[in-house]
Design a protein around this ligand. Structure first.
Ligand code: SF4
Length: 291
């Protein structure tokens, strides 16, 4: 089965206790990441007409918002947002699911191993950039054994555009080596087993399990953290506590899909610094709307 898929991905500010170096660095440049992420506009469904009006770049969003008298739009502080009830949370998520019916992981891969490595490389990097890099990386080292035996300097040279390439190169090669020695070259299917691997934290593990096996899990990256607070889903700062709040609020079978959908909205409209509330279809009921 050809597992090539595309979807969106965003980056993680994890504070997990055993968080690997590459993921720990995420929080430092999260805001920078959202600046450069490409904005994709859904192209079908009832809500298409709404989202079509969305800005195609962050600068455009700022211009449009300015015209609507909301030039300094910034979502309310999390403390000012009332905690959402289950029905309010459902209304918000239903709207997002309707807005992005095709939301999915945007990383390109042809095997479980390739997805895992791509997710590790996605820390502090856009999916588009990761896809450009992995096209070259997998042409040279398509599987765990090839990457495990590769020249480290060559790996660094290939993945350099993703940032933090020294740490990432070490992590993905050591990850490949551990996959060979500990898991017979296969990507394990549990959070506990995955998070033993170099470069793999809980968020990465949940992305991999959700995409590959539809195993429910929240991918609490920078977008999920930010939007969950804006929506009143949580008031926590710690990703693990945020995940716990989200688990209580939504049915388990929806967690992976909801994660990706929130990430899409964070990338396309609900920006970190200046959310495009004037262009957002949720503005009439979002508790953080500045419109
Ligand atoms: S109205 Fe939309 S863009 Fe503004 S804070 Fe709410 S979800 Fe984000």
């Amino acid at each position: 089965m050809n597992k090539k898929q595309t979807a969106s991905k965003s980056k993680q500010s994890q504070t997990e206790s055993k968080r690997p170096k590459t993921e720990a660095k995420k929080t430092k440049t999260e805001s920078k990441k959202t600046k450069t992420e490409a904005k994709k506009i859904p192209s079908a469904g009832k809500t298409k007409s709404l989202i079509r009006q969305a800005p195609t770049s962050k600068s455009q969003a700022g211009q449009k918002t300015k015209k609507s008298g909301n030039s300094s739009a910034s979502a309310k502080p999390a403390a000012a947002v009332a905690k959402a009830s289950r029905s309010q949370a459902k209304q918000i998520m239903d709207a997002l699911l309707s807005l992005y019916p095709d939301s999915a992981c945007e990383l390109v891969f042809a095997s479980d191993f390739q997805l895992l490595i791509a997710v590790i490389l996605s820390a502090q990097c856009t999916d588009q950039q990761v896809n450009r890099v992995t096209e070259k990386l997998y042409a040279r080292f398509p599987d765990a054994r090839a990457l495990a035996e590769a020249d480290l300097e060559e790996i660094k040279a290939i993945i350099k555009p993703t940032g933090y390439y020294n740490a990432k190169a070490n992590n993905i090669q050591n990850c490949a080596r551990m996959l060979i020695t500990k898991y017979g070259g296969k990507v394990p299917q549990s959070v506990e087993e995955l998070t033993i691997l170099p470069g793999v934290g809980r968020k990465t593990a949940n992305v991999v399990l959700g995409v590959l096996h539809n195993i429910p899990g929240w991918s609490v990256d920078t977008h999920v953290q930010r939007l969950s607070k804006r929506f009143g889903f949580t008031r926590e700062e710690d990703p693990l506590k945020i995940e716990t709040d989200l688990q209580k609020l939504f049915p388990g079978q929806d967690w992976s899909k909801l994660s990706i959908t929130i990430i899409w909205h964070g990338r396309r409209l609900c920006y970190a610094r200046k959310p495009a509330c004037g262009e957002c279809p949720l503005q009439s009921f979002c508790p953080s709307s500045e419109v």
